[in-house]
Design a protein. Structure first.
Length: 341
């Protein structure tokens, strides 16, 4: 078990949300979003920096659409880009070494057993399963594949040609429920009104043209490429996508039923309060070699909204708080997993 310190996101807890409607026709994948399949799917808000208001807004637009039916969870993303390039052609390469688009899905919101997907302008993909976030000692399972996934890229311009008139690139992804439901509640696809935790990331490197090719710009102070930009749908408050508790809420709307509304559930706020104590417990262990047995050791200056039950051993802790209706316990443990019982 990794008991290193876990930094807290520097952001107010207010994840984005999206109402995902049912698709009304089959998807003919070509990477274009200007067709009838996507007409009734709203756009997400434009992407922001991964740290939120701590950094300037992205200087290139990114936005996403989502739909679903009985077979697939559909994603369409549009990225403004005048420098369209890619290098990686082998599946399960580390795609974010190129400019890329990424999808993260946690079906049951426990921050464990979630999916990551990345693709570049060549339509090369990387799909992996995370049993736990890296901060909690979770190694990625690179051999895991989304069997039956369908993807396509449309290039408005030309890849790897600095002389082309480039406007951007767009992608379409159809992920089958037959795979996604593996980590879902009750092992099934979602139903009307239910939500999954989802986020998106766009990695953008600083590039320049040398000898007729795009190359990453080198920082003369370090002799390495400048750090990439990380632009996301729902900001993380930290430069780390592997904080699933910060991802957005995608609410699924059933066919022929009134579109569900969304208000952040009270139990999600209780989870967040427990999560903040989890951060503090991990920091406390890193500093003192033990977990705190009382909230007073962790409180700092704020007033906690809950009064959790804290149980500790020499190498573990369990935090518990009553659900909003008082009928269940919501719990979180030292490896970050959160659940109710």
């Amino acid at each position: 078990m990794d008991r290193s310190s876990v930094p807290e996101p520097n952001i107010v807890f207010d994840p984005k949300h999206y109402i995902c409607h049912r698709a009304t026709e089959p998807l003919q994948l070509d990477g274009r979003l200007d067709k009838s399949f996507w007409v009734h799917a709203p756009w997400t808000d434009e992407f922001v920096d991964i740290e939120g208001d701590l950094k300037p807004l992205p200087f290139k637009q990114t936005r996403v659409k989502m739909l679903w039916d009985d077979e697939y969870f559909y994603f369409g993303a549009e990225m403004e880009e005048e420098q369209i390039w890619a290098t990686l052609t082998e599946r399960d390469s580390v795609i974010f070494y190129d400019n890329d688009f990424e999808i993260f899905i946690d079906p049951d919101g426990d921050t464990h057993n979630y999916y990551e997907f990345e693709m570049n302008a060549f339509n090369t993909i990387w799909d992996l399963l995370l049993p736990k976030p890296y901060r909690d000692g979770g190694p990625p399972i690179n051999g895991w594949d989304i069997r039956g996934i369908r993807t396509a890229v449309h290039i408005d311009g030309e890849v790897n040609n600095p002389n082309a008139v480039n406007k951007g690139w767009s992608i379409e992804v159809a992920m089958p429920w037959s795979v996604l439901k593996e980590c879902a509640p009750e092992g099934r696809m979602p139903q009307h009104g239910e939500y999954w935790r989802v986020n998106f990331s766009r990695v953008e490197w600083r590039t320049e043209v040398k000898d007729g090719q795009y190359v990453k710009m080198i920082n003369p102070d370090t002799n390495t490429p400048y750090p990439e930009y990380n632009w996301v749908w729902s900001p993380q408050g930290i430069i780390n996508m592997h904080y699933p508790e910060m991802w957005g809420f995608v609410v699924f709307a059933g066919e022929g039923q009134p579109a569900p509304s969304f208000q952040l559930p009270q139990d999600e706020l209780i989870k967040w309060e427990l999560r903040k104590i989890y951060y503090r417990q991990r920091q406390h262990f890193a500093s003192h070699g033990r977990y705190a047995s009382s909230l007073s050791e962790l409180a700092r200056e704020e007033v906690w909204r809950i009064e959790p039950v804290i149980e500790t051993t020499s190498g573990s802790f369990l935090l518990s708080a009553k659900s909003h209706d008082g009928q269940q316990w919501i719990r979180i443990q030292e490896d970050g997993k959160v659940w109710r019982e």
